[in-house]
Design a protein around this ligand. Structure first.
Ligand code: SIN
Length: 319
């Protein structure tokens, strides 16, 4: 009933972890049966190890969280030897998120992970926390297209492009990713924000600025998923502030094919599985299927309430 086709993948359900919020999944295995989630998405892996940014790197905000991790990870060699086998043993679809300072690095990573038998790649074109700024491919349509096309030339698995909301028009970037051959778009990464300790006259985060995630950004994410789904034919993976089965259905209604649960998982690592459990009864109570809800906002005439959403009891998205 929840089975979801995503590019050439067949997922058990549309609920997966968001990169950077759930490790490789291995860390969360004692909290819930992770074979029950649609997919696990790894923290970004880079070619070489990265130490990340100076602390503090996390700060809780009234409706979310700021992070400035800076892509800390042990690099691809470590990930392939240590982490990937653990991730694969969890019994669900494995998506590895890759990050590069230059297109060549994305290519090497895509080749190595394809060979290692991951199910899909998510290309992180959008990390806001790197000093060099070179990782932020997704503020430029041309660079986005080039990076995605280069990865697609070597990848033997589906490639999803993770985009930044820190742009004027995310649809131009999404179109560029599609043009480059992306099999899907992940939207959105974090919104660049800041917290200040006025007593010390200092920013709270070691790097000064960071990426905002959590419920605070859900309306922005919904809007961007809706905008992207209007202009591309490839599937959209919705992410941003999802905390419940209700939230999942809102994203599907906006045009997402699948969703990623991120910040909420820090407080409740079993949340994804609970959402999977709750979806069937929520749909049954509204007498609809996932297919009725998915993309319903796009099927409806502009001025009228979306039938699938209304039937699913989602009065809030109708306004
Ligand atoms: C980070 O490691 O800084 C977060 C990753 C991201 O936002 O892409």
């Amino acid at each position: 009933m929840l089975t979801t086709s995503l590019a050439s993948l067949r997922l058990r359900n549309p609920v997966m972890s968001a990169s950077g919020t759930f490790g490789s999944g291995w860390e969360g295995r004692t909290f819930a049966d992770l074979s029950r989630v649609g997919a696990l998405v790894s923290k970004t892996v880079t070619l070489r190890p990265r130490h990340g940014n100076p602390p503090p790197r996390i700060f809780e905000t009234p409706a979310g969280m700021l992070n400035s991790i800076g892509l800390e990870n042990k690099g691809v060699d470590w990930f392939l030897a240590d982490t990937l086998p653990k991730m694969k043993s969890l019994g669900t679809t494995v998506i590895v998120n890759i990050g590069g300072e230059a297109i060549d690095e994305f290519v090497v990573l895509a080749e190595r992970f394809s060979r290692a038998g991951v199910d899909a790649l998510e290309v992180n074109l959008s990390c806001p926390n790197v000093q060099e700024g070179r990782l932020l491919f997704s503020t430029e349509p041309r660079l986005t297209e080039q990076a995605v096309a280069a990865v697609k030339r070597v990848a033997t698995v589906p490639v999803f492009a993770k985009l930044s909301p820190n742009v004027t028009d995310i649809t131009a970037i999404a179109r560029a990713a599609e043009q480059g051959g992306a099999d899907g778009i992940t939207a959105i990464n974090t919104l660049i924000g800041m917290a200040i300790d006025w007593r010390r006259r200092r920013p709270v985060l070691g790097r000064g600025i960071g990426g905002l995630s959590g419920p605070a950004i859900k309306p922005v994410a919904l809007r961007m998923v809706w905008e992207i789904a209007r202009v591309v034919k490839i599937p959209v993976l919705g992410v941003g502030g999802i905390r419940s089965a209700e939230d999942v259905l809102e994203f599907l209604c906006a045009g997402a094919t699948a969703v990623q649960v991120g910040t909420a998982g820090f407080a409740d690592p079993a949340l994804m599985v609970r959402i999977v459990d709750e979806l069937p009864s929520l749909l049954a109570a509204a007498n609809v299927t996932l297919a009725d809800v998915r993309g319903a906002l796009h099927a409806a005439p502009a001025a009228a309430p979306a039938e699938g959403c209304a039937r699913a009891g989602h009065e809030r998205v109708r306004g």
